[in-house]
Design a binder for this molecule. Sequence first.
Ligand SMILES: Cc1cc2nc3c(=O)[nH]c(=O)nc-3n(C[C@H](O)[C@H](O)[C@H](O)COP(=O)(O)OP(=O)(O)OC[C@H]3O[C@@H](n4cnc5c(N)ncnc54)[C@H](O)[C@@H]3O)c2cc1C
Length: 389
Amino acid sequence: MPDAVVVGAGCAGAPTAMLLARAGYRVTLVDRARFPRDTLSTHYLQQPAVALLRDWGLLDAVLGTRCPPIAHLRYRAADVAIDGPMWTFDGIGYALGPRRYLLDQLLVDAAVAAGVDFRAGQRVTDLIVEGDRVVGVRLRAERGGTDQLRAPLVVGADGMRSVVAARTGAAVRVTDPPRTCVYYSYWPGVSDRFEIHEAPGSWIGVVPSNDGLTLVAAYFPQSAYPQVRLDAGAAYLAAVRDTAPDVHARMRAVDRAERIYGTGAQLNFFRQPAGPGWVLVGDAGHHKDSLTARGITDAFHQAALLADSIGSGLDLHDPDRLRAALRRFERGRDDLLADEYQHTLKLARLAHSPRRLASLRAAAGDPVQAAGFFRSLCGHPFQERMTPP
Ligand SMILES: Cc1cc2nc3c(=O)[nH]c(=O)nc-3n(C[C@H](O)[C@H](O)[C@H](O)COP(=O)(O)OP(=O)(O)OC[C@H]3O[C@@H](n4cnc5c(N)ncnc54)[C@H](O)[C@@H]3O)c2cc1C
């Protein structure tokens, strides 16, 4: 019997499995998908996520995919122009934009190297519950066979539509309506820096990625989604043209490398993160608008937090000790995510309040204010530890 079954091998599940295995636990990781697989997501990794990849010994492998370090920022909103080198977090002065089919495969490989038993092509259909405790999962293989796995801890890392959350009845503690929808694609050589271009009702994000391709994403208000999706290609190009004309000019000089991807499912919620025999990490427990590009960074930090909360040598069959560990995770998770959630909801209104514009203008004109701007880019939990380049 494994000590833990982790459901979902994405940015939350694979590092959780890896860290628990490194701490000495027997871990089985299951995913309904076969890897490598891509997923509907842009993939900007903030410096605190890059620092964790380094700490986990995986940064060289990610850089080895020829994913360029992103060391500069360009920010435009109305008459505001801010340019400069990225600030540093824990010795890391750059962000990264690795494609998910590369990053997620590397994370799964690292979990397997740590001793995790990885089972691809296995869908969790239900949980095994005895009394009030989750004691395992029921699985269905791609070709139809069923199986079950018992373990004292089931980790739901199965994304925002989590089966583990649904079957445990994890309460939704906070929820807010979707604010945006987003479309994105890839263009050769459009930028070598992280760019944000804002206008009322529009937000353009630009991220250099693998193979010389640049990801260009366009955010629209959720209210525009029914209209935008009717002709997403035209709406996407028009948004870039109107909000970031210089990016649009660079795109016009090249051919689009991939189709246009998009979603309106920009859900905002916190679920109860844990209960007897189960815990949720990543999007399964908390999701927010992708505009601030924080989900992967959050997933990594939740994986680290859960592994730290459990520690090594814990008897996971001891319900009291397990409950205490999951409480530590719960408190830490809410501390980590609460402020940034509110900040994201505010930005995802896509509004230019006079107050916000005034503070952006101040940041553009004064090095001290600019420092505050750069510091805040990596999110609330990390800003105190950001240092100038
Ligand atoms: C459009 C968009 C843009 C984004 N841009 C960024 C960005 O730039 N930067 C950033 O940091 N974040 C971004 N995010 C957020 C980020 O993608 C997520 O927060 C992150 O993928 C969460 O990882 P996860 O492991 O929790 O979930 P997922 O990556 O969704 O992984 C869940 C895994 O569970 C598996 N699974 C699901 N159900 C089952 C089941 N029943 N049985 C077995 N396996 C199952 C799936 O196959 C999948 O592999 C974006 C999201 C979107 C939608």
